[in-house]
Ligand binder design. Structure first.
Ligand SMILES: [Zn+2]
Length: 917
C-alpha cells in the first residue's frame, strides 16, 4: 500500500500534560534523563505529537509586538484562503513558509505584522446553499472554525487580533465605501456591452477570468457573449503606471509574473490608418485600422472586419449567407485559435483603397473570425507577405493569388518563410524604398497626413467588469430611481446589508432581485420610490484591498487611518502563481487609486511607487505520489497495492509511480492534518521546506519525513547528553573564547553557517538550503570525538546556535531543546537572532598538519607543523629548524651543516634530509 512507514521514533505512552503555561514543569515526561552514572546511555526517544501539544499555546500567541518606535516594521502576508473547510497541502506549504519567515523576522527584532483572514464570499458557499439547502453564512462560519483548528495544529502563529472576514458586514461595509470612492472619482461606471457569460455559473465574468481557449476560470464552461448593462471599474485609467511601475518590482517579483502582467496590459505603439471603403462602387465611409507595422502598408492586400463590425452587421441583415457566417462565428468560440484564424467571408461588392496607393487596384474586404471587436475599431489590414496569420488567411480565402513582399532583411537574403521582422523597404515602395522599418513608420504617417493616419498607442487591457448575478457577495451600493437615474447610497447609510435567509434556487438572474422588501427602497436624492442594484461584486474586489485593511482592521469610520499606513506596503507576499494576473493586477490598481486619492499618502515612498507588495514569492505546487497500472494506465488507490508495493492480485506487477497535481480522481491527495498527527507539526514543516526550493514543485513523498525525524533525533541526542553531562556553562551568554585549533575551526564553521542561514531567511529565501546547512552542522557536532581538542564550552555554544537557527522552522522542537539547554531562561523564540561573530568568521585559523621527517630515507619522527608554512618556500628550512630542536633531530642529524640535500614530498607530508657522512 502507499501508506506510511512505521513510526520508529514514537515513544511509548503519551505523557500526561499538566500545565501548558509552564514549560519547565513539563520537561520530565518528555525528557527521560539518562542514568547519571553513564553519559553514554542512549538518548530518550521523542514523541513529536506530544511535543506539539505541549508547546502549542506558546507558539500560537507570539508576544505582542513591542510598541517601541525604533523597531523596523516587517509586514509579511500569505494570500488569505477561501474557507472551504479543509486545509490542503498547498495551504500547508504557503503558511509554513510565511510562519517560518515571520518567526525569523520577529527574532531579528522587527515589528512583525503577520495577519490572517478569510476570502469568504464566493460561489462554493452559494452552491452549498443551493444544492444542500444550508445557510451560506453558517456554512462559511463553520468552515472558518474548522480551518482555524487546523492552523493551530500546524504550529503557525498569526496575529489573530487583526483577523478579517470579507463576508462580514464590518468588512464589506468598507468594500462598499471603496466602491463609492471609485464611483465619485469617475472610476466606477455602468455600461452596456458584450460581456462574457458563464452559462454554468449563470453570471458574467471579467476578461481576466476567461482562459485563452474561451473557458471560465471557475466552472470550466465555454463562455458565451451577452449584451448586458454592467458595472465596470476603470482600471485602464492606471494602465501606464501599472505597466511602467513593473520596473520598480524588478528582482523583487518573479520575472514570469512581471512578464505576464506586461503582456496582459499590452501596450503596443503603432498607427491608425483610415481606408476609404466603397459598397457596389459607391464611396461609402472610411474604415479605421490599428497597426504596429505601418511600414508594411504597401503590402496590404485586404481588410478584415470583426463579425460585430457595424458594416458587417448591416450587410448581414440582407445577406443570408453572411448572417449564417456571423452566427457560426459566435458559436465557434471554442475552435482552436488556428482554425479560427482562417475563417473568412468575402463581403460582396465591398472594396477598400489603400490611402498610400490611391491609384492601385482596390482591395477585397472580409468578415473574419480572428478580428476581435475590442481591438482598434474591429478592423485590421491584412499583409500576407509579412504576417504569418495573414498569410494563412490569404492562402485559405484567396487561393492562388500572389503575395506582395515589401520589406527585405537588412542583411542577407530573404528565406522561404514569411518575413515578419523589421528590415528595409523594397524598391516597390516608391519614395520610401531603402528606408529602415522604424524610419518608414514615421515617414509614412507624416506623408499620409492627419486625414488618413495618426500615431497611436494601443492597450490590450480592458476595464474590469465587477457585476455578478450572484447572491453571496458584496451588494453594490447603488440605487435606481426613475426620476434621478442611478444614485449612490450615502456613505453614512452603509453598509447595504446582504439580506439573510434568502431562499436561493440558483440558475438564472440575480437572486437578490427576488427579495422584494430588500430591493424596494427610497431614493437617497429625491426620497421617492427606487430599487436597489441587485448584482453583487466580483469577489476579487473584496481581495483587492484586504492587505490594506489589516493595518487598521477595527476602524469603523474609514477604510484605514492615514497614520496606520506606515505599516504599508506588504514587505513580503507569498502565494500561488495562478494569481499572476487577476488578484495581483487588481490589487496594484486599487493600491495606486488609494494612493492618488490621498488614503495612502506616502505610497511607501517614491521608490515604491504605491506598489502594494514589495517582494513576491510564488510558491510551487505540491504534487502527490501517483500510482498507475503500467498497461491499462488506470489510476490505483492505496488499497490496490500489496504490502510489497506491487499491484494486489497480480503476479508481482510493479505500478508506475509519478508525481502529479493532487486530485480525487488520481487517488493521490494527502491530508495535511493526518500527516501532522502522525509525524508532528515540526517534522512536517521541516520536510515541506527541505524537499524543494520554495518556487519549485514539491513532490510529496511522506516516507522521507522519517529522515527529518532522524535528524531531530540526533539533535535531541546532542542536547540531552550535553545537559546530562552537566556541560551547561555557568555564564552561557559570555563571549565565546575558542582556544585550540579545533575549537577555532568549529566556531568559524558555525559562523559561516549562521551567516548563510541568516541570508537564506532574509534575502534569498533558499529555505531548503537552510535545512541542509543545519543537518551538516548537526553531523559536525555529532562527529566531535572526546579529546579532539574541542572543550565543553565551545561545543555547548555551537549546539545552542544550532538550536537557535532551527527555531523558526521547528518552533516546538527548538523550544523543548532550549528549555533543556537553558533551564529557566527566556524561551528561544523570544530571544534575539544570534549575531555573526565577525572576528571568528574572518580570523585565520592556524591549520596544522602532520609531517613525517626522514633522515636518509628512514622515518625518524612525525611532527605537527603549520600547513601554511609547508605550502610556502623554505618549507624544508622550517622543518629542519623544528626537527633540530628535538631529541631525534640531535641524534640523527646533529647540525644543519651536515644536511647535503633536502626533499619535500607528498604536498609537505614528508620531508627527507640526506646527511653527508
Ligand atoms: Zn430620485
Amino acid at each position: 500500500m502507499g501508506g506510511r512507514l512505521p513510526f520508529t521514533l514514537l515513544a511509548a505512552p503519551r505523557p500526561a500534560l499538566r500545565c501548558l503555561h509552564h514549560p519547565r514543569a513539563l520537561l520530565t515526561p518528555l525528557l527521560h534523563r539518562p542514568n547519571t552514572t553513564s553519559t553514554r546511555t542512549p538518548s530518550p526517544k521523542l514523541d513529536f505529537p506530544a511535543l506539539d501539544a505541549k508547546w502549542r499555546s506558546h507558539l500560537q500567541h507570539p508576544p505582542p509586538p513591542s510598541t517601541s518606535e525604533d523597531k523596523k516594521k516587517f509586514y509579511i502576508l500569505s494570500m488569505f484562503p477561501y474557507p472551504s473547510g479543509t486545509l490542503h497541502m498547498g495551504h500547508l506549504r504557503v503558511y509554513t513558509i510565511s510562519d517560518t519567515l515571520s518567526r525569523f523576522r520577529r527574532m531579528q527584532g522587527h515589528h512583525v505584522l503577520h495577519p490572517m483572514g478569510w476570502d469568504a464570499f464566493g460561489l462554493p458557499a452559494e452552491n452549498a446553499a443551493i444544492e444542500r439547502g444550508v445557510d451560506a453564512r453558517l456554512w462559511t462560519e463553520q468552515n472558518i472554525a474548522a480551518m482555524k483548528r487546523q492552523f493551530e495544529g500546524m504550529g503557525v502563529a498569526f496575529d489573530w487580533g487583526r483577523e478579517l472576514t470579507t463576508c462580514s458586514p464590518d468588512y464589506y461595509t468598507h468594500t462598499q465605501r471603496l466602491f463609492l470612492k471609485l464611483h465619485a472619482a469617475g472610476l466606477a461606471y455602468r455600461a452596456e456591452s458584450l460581456v462574457n457569460w458563464d452559462p454554468v455559473d449563470q453570471t458574467v465574468l471579467a476578461n481576466e477570468q476567461v482562459s485563452a481557449t474561451g473557458h471560465s476560470w471557475r466552472s470550466g464552461a465555454l463562455v458565451e457573449q451577452k449584451l448586458l448593462k454592467q458595472w465596470f471599474l476603470k482600471i485602464t485609467a492606471y494602465q501606464e503606471s501599472l505597466l511602467d511601475d513593473l520596473d520598480v518590482l524588478k528582482d523583487l517579483w518573479p520575472e514570469r509574473v512581471r512578464a505576464q502582467q506586461r503582456n496582459w496590459i499590452g501596450r503596443s505603439r503603432g498607427a491608425e490608418v483610415r481606408f476609404p471603403v466603397a459598397v457596389d462602387g459607391a464611396a461609402e465611409q472610411t474604415v479605421q485600422v490599428f497597426t504596429t507595422r505601418v511600414d508594411t502598408l504597401h503590402g496590404a492586400q485586404y481588410l478584415a472586419l470583426s463579425t460585430s463590425h457595424p458594416l458587417v452587421q448591416r450587410l448581414a441583415a440582407t445577406n443570408a449567407a453572411l448572417a449564417r457566417f456571423v452566427k457560426a462565428a459566435e458559436e465557434s468560440k471554442a475552435a482552436s485559435p488556428d482554425g479560427k484564424a482562417k475563417h473568412g467571408f468575402r463581403l460582396p461588392g465591398v472594396t477598400a483603397t489603400n490611402p498610400l496607393l490611391p491609384g492601385a487596384p482596390p482591395l477585397p474586404v472580409f468578415a473574419a473570425e480572428y478580428v476581435l471587436e475590442g481591438y482598434g475599431e474591429g478592423a485590421v489590414m491584412g499583409v500576407p507577405g509579412h504576417d504569418v496569420r495573414d498569410a494563412a488567411f490569404w492562402a485559405q480565402n484567396c487561393p492562388g493569388e500572389g503575395v506582395k513582399t515589401v520589406i527585405l532583411p537588412s542583411a542577407g537574403a530573404a528565406g522561404a518563410e514569411v518575413f515578419t521582422a523589421h528590415g528595409v523597404l523594397s524598391g516597390d515602395c516608391g519614395e520610401f524604398a531603402g528606408m529602415a522599418s522604424a524610419e518608414a513608420q514615421k515617414a509614412i504617417v507624416d506623408r499620409l497626413g492627419e486625414k488618413w493616419a495618426n500615431e497611436k498607442t494601443q492597450w490590450r487591457l480592458r476595464d474590469w467588469l465587477v457585476s455578478r448575478q450572484r447572491y453571496w457577495g458584496t451588494p453594490i451600493p447603488m440605487v435606481h430611481c426613475d426620476a434621478c437615474g442611478v444614485v449612490s447610497v450615502k456613505e453614512e447609510d452603509l453598509p447595504v446589508r446582504l439580506p439573510e435567509g434568502v431562499d436561493i434556487k440558483g440558475r438564472g438572474g440575480s437572486p437578490l432581485a427576488a427579495v422584494e422588501e430588500w430591493v424596494n427602497t427610497t431614493c437617497p436624492t429625491c426620497g421617492g420610490k427606487a430599487k436597489r442594484d441587485t448584482d453583487t461584486m466580483d469577489t476579487f474586489v473584496d481581495s483587492s484591498w484586504y492587505y490594506m485593511r489589516f493595518v487598521d482592521p477595527h476602524n469603523e469610520k474609514e477604510l484605514f487611518s492615514k497614520e496606520s499606513t506606515s505599516l504599508l506596503p506588504v514587505d513580503l507576499y507569498i502565494g500561488g502563481v495562478e494569481h499572476a494576473i487577476l488578484h495581483l493586477l487588481y490589487s496594484r490598481f486599487i493600491a495606486k487609486f488609494l494612493h492618488s486619492s490621498g488614503h495612502w499618502p506616502s505610497g511607501g515612498g517614491a521608490a515604491n511607487a504605491a506598489e502594494p507588495f514589495r517582494k513576491l514569492i510564488t510558491q510551487g505546487m505540491v504534487h502527490g505520489r501517483t500510482y498507475t497500472h503500467p498497461s491499462t494506465g488506470k489510476f490505483l488507490t492505496p488499497s490496490d497495492l500489496a504490502a510489497d508495493g506491487t499491484i494486489a492480485g497480480t503476479d508481482g506487477v510493479q505500478p508506475t509511480v509519478t508525481y502529479e497535481k493532487m486530485s480525487k480522481s488520481k487517488h493521490n491527495g494527502v491530508d495535511p492534518a493526518a500527516t501532522i498527527a502522525t509525524y508532528g507539526a515540526d517534522a512536517t514543516r521541516a520536510h515541506v521546506l527541505f524537499q524543494a526550493a520554495v518556487e519549485d514543485v514539491l513532490e510529496w513523498d511522506e516516507h522521507r519525513i522519517v529522515g527529518i525525524q532522524r535528524w531531530f533525533g540526533r539533535v535531541w541526542g546532542l542536547v540531552s547528553t550535553t545537559a546530562a553531562a552537566g556541560e551547561v556553562p555557568s555564564d552561557p551568554d559570555a563571549a565565546v573564547v575558542a582556544e585550540t585549533t579545533a575549537e577555532k575551526r568549529l566556531w568559524r564553521e558555525v559562523q559561516v553557517m549562521l551567516k548563510e542561514v541568516t541570508s537564506s531567511f532574509s534575502e534569498t529565501y533558499a529555505l531548503n538550503t537552510v535545512i541542509s546547512t543545519l543537518t551538516k552542522l548537526t553531523n559536525t557536532l555529532h562527529g566531535l570525538k572526546p579529546g579532539a581538542g574541542v572543550g565543553a564550552g565551545v561545543r555547548y555554544r555551537a549546539l545552542e546556535t544550532l538550536v537557535h537557527m532551527m527555531a523558526p522552522v521547528a518552533p516546538a522542537f527548538a523550544s523543548e531543546c532550549w528549555a533543556v539547554l537553558r533551564p529557566g531562561a527566556a524561551p528561544v523564540l523570544q530571544r534575539g537572532w544570534p549575531a555573526v561573530d565577525v572576528a571568528a568568521l574572518e580570523g585565520v585559523v592556524e591549520e596544522r598538519v602532520r609531517c613525517a621527517v626522514q633522515v636518509d630515507g628512514k622515518v625518524r619522527l612525525v611532527m605537527e607543523v603549520e600547513a601554511e608554512r609547508m605550502a610556502a618556500e623554505g618549507a624544508a628550512e622550517y622543518v629542519l629548524e623544528r626537527f633540530l630542536g628535538t631529541r631525534e633531530g640531535g641524534k640523527w642529524v646533529g647540525g644543519r651543516e651536515r644536511v647535503v640535500k633536502s626533499v619535500v614530498a607528498g604536498g609537505g607530508r614528508v620531508v627527507n634530509f640526506v646527511v653527508g657522512k
